[in-house]
Write a protein of this length. Structure first.
Length: 202
């Protein structure tokens, strides 16, 4: 449990560090208001499961903040399939991958950028984050995949995504976690596999 709480603390630091940077760059009252909502919601990062709808709302705030920065260069969609109303997930689950898509995949695009967050409720809960950014070479993809289970040695630019995978496996076991697909020039797809939960696992 101590290790799990430590991972949640790192997740909070990573999240707010990236988000605060956007206030400095955007410097708008609307951006500040959205960020304030995020911070109020996550002022104390814990291992308590949160409503999936609430996590998606936080991601939407982050995407709107980015929209102020990139305007028409990058567009986003959030899609759901199945009843997500009663579902709960660990906090700060999706945003690190959305942020990663912007930083490593989409920022360099001058136009036509797209990111899609999709949630599907089946026998398991699947959350995918897909972008049409620059993608990764096979060598880089292999490095990221290896690093998902090696938190100590992963490059600091990928701490957030590694953190999520570690938290999932600590809480739910090795059958669950994060997978990456990517190709240079063709974007990146992140698949998060979770159990379908409506309450805490004790």
């Amino acid at each position: 449990m101590a290790k799990l709480i430590a991972y949640y603390s790192r997740a909070g630091e990573n999240y707010f560090g990236g988000a605060l940077k956007q206030i400095k760059e955007g410097n708008t009252a609307k951006v500040a208001k959205m960020l304030a909502k995020i911070m109020r919601r996550n002022i104390q990062v814990s291992n308590t499961l949160q409503p999936l709808k609430s996590e998606l709302k936080l991601v939407e705030y982050y995407l709107k903040i980015q929209d102020y920065r990139f305007h028409d260069r990058i567009h986003y969609r959030i899609e759901t399939e199945g009843d997500i109303e009663p579902l709960k997930v660990m906090p700060l689950l999706i945003q690190p991958f959305v942020e990663n898509a912007f930083v490593h995949g989409l920022e360099a695009k001058e136009s036509g950028g797209e990111i899609v967050i999709r949630v599907e409720v089946r026998s398991h809960l699947w959350i995918t984050v897909t972008d049409n950014g620059c993608g990764m070479s096979m060598e880089k993809l292999d490095e990221v995949r290896r690093g998902l289970n090696d938190f100590e040695n992963l490059d600091r630019t990928h701490i957030g995504i590694c953190n999520v995978n570690q938290r999932i496996k600590l809480q739910y076991g090795e059958d669950y976690g994060v997978e990456f697909e990517s190709k240079t020039g063709a974007g990146t797809k992140v698949c998060i596999k979770l159990p379908v939960l409506t309450s805490e696992i004790m």
